[in-house]
Design a protein around this ligand. Sequence first.
Ligand SMILES: Nc1ncnc2c1ncn2[C@@H]1O[C@H](COP(=O)(O)OP(=O)(O)O)[C@@H](O)[C@H]1O
Ligand SMILES: [Mg+2]
Length: 243
Amino acid sequence: MSEANNKTNKTNLLQIEQLRGGYSDVDIIHGIDLAVAPGKIVTIAGTNGAGKSTLVKALLGLLPRVTGSIHLDGRDITTLSAEDRFDAGLAYVPQVANVFPSLTVRDNLLVVRRVPHVKRRMDEVLADFPALVERLSQPASDLSGGERQQLAFARALMPSPRIMVLDEPTAALAPSLVGKVFDMVRKLPAAGVAVLMVEQRARQALTISQQGYILDQGRCVLDGPAQGLLEDQRMAQLYLGNH
Ligand SMILES: Nc1ncnc2c1ncn2[C@@H]1O[C@H](COP(=O)(O)OP(=O)(O)O)[C@@H](O)[C@H]1O
Ligand SMILES: [Mg+2]
C-alpha cells in the first residue's frame, strides 16, 4: 500500500479508509483506501462494473449503506448528508443534467447555494471561462456541448470547493471536446482545487494525474504514481485499454 494511504498521514486533503458498502445488504465496494493530497489530480480507473461510480456515490453521501471512514481536510465527513459535504468543500459535476437549461448562464452561476459575495465570485470564476462571458444573458439551452460543460465546471467552482469529484467527465462528449475537458481539469489545481476523477479514457486521465487507483470487483488492485501505472505493461494490457 502506498504512503499516501498511511493512516497517520495528516497532510492529505481527502482520506478514504476501508470504505465498504452497497445499495442493499450486498457489498459492492469491499474496503477501499484512497487518498488525495492538496492540489493533486487523482484518477480512478478500472473495468466496467468495478464499483467506481459506487465509490463516488459513497464519497458524496449518496450510497444507502457505508462503513469505513472519509476525512476531508482532517474532518470526519463519513456520516454527513450530501448537502453538508458540499458545504464542507466537496464539489461534484454530474455527467448529464449539470446545468439548468432554461436559466441564463448568469443565473446558473448566481443560484449556486451559499456562495458569499456571489457576484464577485462569479467574476473571479468567469476569468477562466471567457466564452461564457459573452453568453451571460442567454439561456444555457443555447450553449454548445463544450460551452455547457464549461458552465457545469464554472458552477461547481462557485463555492470555492477544496476538491472536485468527476465521474467520467468525457463519456458523453463528442471526441473533439474530450481534450478541452481534460484541459479544464488540468487547470483546477492552479485554482486551489484538487481533483478525484473516474475515467474510461484512463491513459489520457493518468497523463494529467499524479496518482492513480485501479479498481476491480469492488477492490483496489493497484495504486501508485500515475506515471508508474502508465508504464506497467501488464496493468496497461488488463485495465487501461486503448484510450
Ligand atoms: N443503483 C444500483 N442498485 C443496485 N446495484 C447497483 C446500482 N448501481 C450499480 N450497481 C451495481 O454495482 C456494481 C458496480 O457498479 P458501478 O459502481 O456503477 O461500476 P462502474 O462505475 O465501475 O462501472 C455493478 O454490479 C452494478 O450492477
Ligand atoms: Mg460508472
